[in-house]
Design a protein around this ligand. Sequence first.
Ligand SMILES: [Zn+2]
Length: 393
Amino acid sequence: MSALNPELEAVARELEAALGPEILAQARYQLRVRITQFFLDLILPVLWALLWLPTGWAVRLRDAFHANDSWWGTWLVLLVFLAAEALLNLPLAWYFDFRVENRLGTNRQSLGGWLWDQVKQSAVNILLQSLLFLGVYTIFRLWPERWFWGISGLVVVFLALMYLLQPLLLRLQYKAEPLDDPELDARLKALFAKVGVPYAGVAVIKAGEKTSRGNAALIPKGAGTQVVLFDTLIEAVDAEGVEVVVAHELGHKVHRDMAKLMALLGVALILALAVAYGVLRSVGTWDGLQGPGDVATYPVLALILAWLSAGLQVLLNIYSRRIERAADQFALDTTGRPEVFERVMLVLAKQNKALPLPPAWVEFFFYNHPSLARRVLAARQWRGRATASSAQG
Ligand SMILES: [Zn+2]
């Protein structure tokens, strides 16, 4: 595999030397952990289904609350399923979110602080998921023949809600403050003007008290678009670097990637629920279960959705790498600074423990961004093209 692209290999070796052995070891460790996590996400739903169904507990829980007779009974049972799952998953959450982050040296939280964040996030997740599945079961029950349109409407409402709640969910985890840097503010304002996106200022996320990882995003604010910057990123790169990062995010905005991704997710979720409906109709009367509208089938529904979304993740990753490449090109075209782009890529790789060039199959299945070496090589090729065209003309 490696002999296929010597140019890429050379860039990878150069980046590995720049990152150093400690970060490379951390990056390999992180990658192993993420792959393990992917397979655990496939196995755990099987275990939950085995815990609830052959034991008859799911059916007994349903009967105890007469759960299929009222919306609140259905909701209550869903809350029990989801809360039990969150509780049983807590040791794994501790391992993957706290212990692993400690070993990587990226965690800056105490165990107590981490636990409190976990409680808050779980509460919000349980609430949102329970409402989604309450809708799903209500629709399956009310319209056993015409559920498809009901489910489609529900998915649209749910995704719109998730999109609108995004800033709120971020604020739940991190404090934010306005940017205290007029020079950077002016620079970003000019960048927005250049690409024709209305500028709504910068919010600095105080992530540094919890993590050393860096990140940036754009969120809608009023009629404009607000830049969200992790303080960890601002500390690690200069104003030119921040500009390149924001230019990449603006690439997503201008290409309407968020809307396209939401549409894809919506179609995928509708199809997954349609498949789940078919499966529940055939297995849903087994062992005391009463068909697709029976909330006691939830562990099966969760299992089907987990498996389908794992398969789908791989497909979405292919698409995601493509839009990330396009956003990188946009950032280079807009700023014209490939050397700054390369410098920022290296800083982010250090912060987030990225491996310059993972094995090709790993990148194919698990990476939602092109690997560091591919992104840096693309920037160098951009510079090559820019030099050639300026020499010509
Ligand atoms: Zn991106």
